[in-house]
Write a protein that binds this ligand. Structure first.
Ligand code: NAP
Ligand code: MG
Length: 498
């Protein structure tokens, strides 16, 4: 079905973009898959086909890696000064910003999220990340090092060099933000990239590729191969001429990436799942903590790696907080993301809908009770009711596993030591939050939580300057801030006898 008959009010640029089969970006050119195959990407609000996209596989990955290798070793990119690289990234940020409305609409169509959030969160955040990382292009430094080796005098120093050809595999929950987190630092330090977007949400990355060509990135510096994880993604992770793979997605696939990377021992960084504890102490400002807890789980339909999916509430305020979060859940306007009144959209896909509903059924079968929600919404589109589960036990799947949907388990506690133990009782360690007016307690508890990020009296606060990553099975490495430079550079020690 022609897209314009389904969605009559699209911006013209978006309608045109969707009207043609989308090709992949390899070596500065838009190409079909070697096999000629395409796949469909869907509008989660309706389940209808949105666009046809080239289905890249091993051969396409190989072509893209070869282009990235050429671009890394010869041509304009390695000869470019850091300041020129920074300027290209700033130009890309400016172009993206000037197409904000278009990108917001495209992101919402492909992912389902309310367009309000695409406009004020997703696209502006990606712009900020490109700008912040552009600044690092000129600030990656080595050091001079006094050494004590005897027998002679030496002059020793370190160089920080771009790591090489980087494969980047990203998920569908924040397609543009994830693309910016991966691309911006790698390009800033002088790597070349093959990016594989998620099959559910390839569109904004492809449009960004057009802007990158317009900005003037040399051929082969940024390649975008669309396709499936099991084929294109696996080929990228295993490719013998890729120096590093950076992955964001499920812990399960993260382990597959590690396995695939062993062939040439490429470097690996992983940003994986979470089951983040959100702890409300009895002295918290509940006016802030209750909406904070609701947003911690329901933002982006619960499809956040940091989602506050285990809500620990002191028993003295448990009923009040649970009731407040349930009331917040009831106030959401659920609908298609393009409807400006919507503040909770569909989940990304039919598979995700089935997965979330499977968890709801398993939780209720094991004895949990839904205070609010608990079901999918009937009709077309992939809508799940925001849900608060109580009467849960630590061994239940809904408490242990990442649901990645708008479902929170609420758990009462009595003592701070007890809640820290329970909060840390998980294979994950991505994020955590503490709500209290007692600043000593806040920092004491923050120190004890085994998580890469701890928020105090807030939730889901991100910044390009703040390092982000996971303890335990939530990942390897830190993105953002200057910490990310570690992920995309090698350190070379140079030692000269004087
Ligand atoms: P996923 O499979 O981990 O997908 C993430 C990315 O990895 C996608 O680009 C995917 O490609 C690719 N991929 C899949 N299998 C691969 C393989 N064998 N080798 C290389 N790349 C591969 O996540 P999902 O299946 O979309 O979602 C499943 C669950 O993962 C969710 O319910 C959620 O719990 C978790 N998840 C976590 C995050 C996060 O940010 N931590 C993000 C998304 C999902 P295709 O999509 O094209 O197959
Ligand atoms: Mg998938």
């Amino acid at each position: 079905m022609a897209i314009t008959t389904v969605l009559p009010n699209l911006q013209r640029s978006v309608a045109e973009f969707l009207g043609k089969p989308r090709k992949m970006l390899v070596d500065g050119k838009w190409v079909e898959a070697a096999s000629g195959k395409t796949f469909e990407t869907y509008n989660p609000a309706t389940g209808e086909v949105l666009a046809h996209v080239a289905e890249g596989d091993r051969e396409d990955i190989d072509r893209a890696v070869k282009a990235a290798r050429r671009a890394f070793e010869s041509g304009p990119w390695p000869a470019m000064s850091p300041s020129e690289r920074g300027r290209l990234l700033l130009k890309l940020a400016d172009l993206l910003e000037s197409h904000l409305e278009e990108f917001a609409e495209l992101e919402t169509l492909d992912n389902g999220k309310p367009v309000f959030f695409s406009r004020i969160v997703d696209i502006p955040t990606a712009v900020d990340v490109f700008r912040y990382m552009a600044g690092w292009a000129t600030k990656v430094e080595g050091s001079t090092i006094p050494i004590s080796a005897h027998g002679a005098q030496y002059f020793a120093y370190t160089l920080r060099e771009p790591l090489g050809v980087v494969g980047q595999i990203i998920p569908w929950n924040f397609p543009m933000i994830m693309a910016s987190w991966k691309l911006a630092p790698a390009l800033a330090v002088g790597c070349t990239v093959v990016l594989k977007p998620a099959e559910q949400t390839p569109l904004t990355a492809l449009r960004l590729g057009e802007l990158a060509l317009e900005a003037g990135f040399p051929d082969g510096v940024l390649n975008i191969v669309t396709g499936f994880g099991e084929t294109a993604g696996a080929a990228l992770a295993a490719h013998p001429d890729v120096d590093k793979v950076a992955f964001t997605g499920s812990t399960e696939v993260g382990k597959l990436i590690l396995g695939a990377a062993t062939g040439n021992l490429k470097k690996v960084s992983l940003e994986l799942g979470g089951k983040s504890p959100n702890i409300v102490f009895p002295d918290a400002d509940l006016q802030a903590a209750i909406p904070g807890a609701a947003n911690a789980i329901f933002f982006n339909q619960g499809q956040c790696c940091t989602a506050g999916s285990r809500l620990f509430v002191h028993k003295s305020i448990f009923d009040e907080v649970v009731d407040g979060v349930a009331q917040a859940a009831k106030r959401f306007t659920i609908g298609p993301g393009l409807d400006p009144s919507t503040n909770l959209g569909p989940v990304v896909s039919k598979e995700q809908l089935d997965r979330v509903c499977g968890y709801l059924e398993s939780g209720i079968r094991e004895g949990a009770k839904a205070v609010v929600g608990g079901h999918k919404r009937s009709g077309s589109g992939y809508f799940v009711e925001p849900t608060v589960l109580v009467d849960v036990k630590p061994e239940m799947k809904v408490v242990r596993e990442e649901i990645f949907g708008p479902v929170v388990t609420a758990i009462p506690f009595s003592e701070p030591e007890e809640v820290v133990r329970s909060a840390n009782h998980t294979v994950y360690g991505l994020a955590a939050a503490v709500w209290t007016r007692d600043i000593s307690k806040a920092h004491r508890v923050a120190a004890k939580l085994r998580a890469g990020t701890v928020w105090i009296n807030c939730y889901n606060v991100f910044d390009p300057a703040l390092p982000f990553g996971g303890y335990k099975q939530s990942g390897w490495g830190r993105e953002m801030g200057h910490a990310v430079l570690e992920l995309y550079t090698e350190t070379k020690a140079v030692c000269a006898q004087l």
